[in-house]
Design a protein around this ligand. Structure first.
Ligand code: Z5A
Length: 231
């Protein structure tokens, strides 16, 4: 990776499960690498050793009883480590940061779907982030059934590689109505906040990628505008 842009753009991909966030982050990262733009790709919960350990507790131990407030505190503890060790230093270097989920997920999953009061979510989140917010949230929107199908297909691929399929994690095993609430909330929040853009994730990966690139080029000509961003 070569020179930073000096702009330190912080772009977060959000959306329901199976929307295509990881795939699109990977593709955007390739585009940035082709142009020699210094960047970091990371995810929440995760990104540091402490945050990955917390991830395991929250997501991979569905037998543990955690209510919405306990989830909020755990996701926030992971976020604190992530912001301090990875995100803020990268932005200070002038790198672009591409992150899979951030505090918008907390507002949607714990605040809305788990019904933790917004004021509590806001206070705990500010303590964890020190007020850091992304320049842009890109919500990849798909119908719940599409997200579920994609997760299924992913699972089938994993089954062919591994003998055991991993069991669904705590949140993946939630009821469909929970997932519907999640999707609706993303769309509601996007309608009231200029930092949140919605991209239709229903099309083929190339189509979704083109929509994302067009949006980024328009919002942030530097470093997202340039010939290698168009096919
Ligand atoms: N959570 C929370 O509650 N509170 C918080 O504060 C935070 C998180 C930060 C993290 O899960 C969970 O934590 C999440 C919210 C909660 N809930 N759940 N479940 P995760 O990190 O394990 O998983 P995820 O974020 O939900 O990601 P995902 O299910 O892996 O989905 P994705 O990254 O959006 O999709 P993908 O992996 O890129 O694509 C899925 C499959 O579809 C894959 O096979 C792709 O090749 C395929 N795909 C992708 N795009 C397309 C298109 N366009 N067409 C066809 N196929 C496609």
């Amino acid at each position: 990776m070569s020179e930073g842009t000096g702009l330190g753009r912080f772009v977060v991909f959000e959306g329901p499960e199976g929307a295509g966030k990881s795939l699109q982050i990977e593709r955007l990262s390739c585009r940035l690498s082709e142009r020699g733009v210094a960047h970091v790709t990371t995810r929440e919960p995760g990104g540091t050793a402490a945050a990955e350990a917390i991830r395991e507790v929250i997501l991979e131990r569905p037998e543990l009883r955690l209510d919405g407030i306990a989830e909020l505190l755990l996701f926030s503890a992971a976020r604190r480590a992530h912001v301090e060790e990875i995100i803020r230093p990268a932005l200070e270097r002038g790198d672009v940061v591409l992150c899979d989920r951030f505090e918008l997920s907390t507002r949607v999953y714990q605040g809305w779907a788990r019904r933790v009061p917004a004021e509590t979510v806001g206070r705990v989140t500010r303590a964890a982030t020190g007020g850091l917010l992304p320049d842009l949230y890109l919500v990849i929107d798909v119908r719940v059934s599409v997200g579920l199908d994609r997760q299924w297909q992913n699972q089938e691929k994993t089954d062919q590689l591994a003998f055991f399929a991993p069991p669904p994690d705590r949140i993946e095993s939630e009821a469909r109505s929970f997932r519907e609430r999640v999707r609706e909330r993303y769309l509601e929040l996007a309608a009231t906040d200029d930092r949140i853009e919605v991209v239709d994730g229903a099309g083929a990966p190339d189509e979704v990628e083109r929509a994302i690139l067009a949006l980024l080029e328009e919002r942030f000509p530097n470093p997202f505008r340039g010939p290698s961003f168009r096919r």
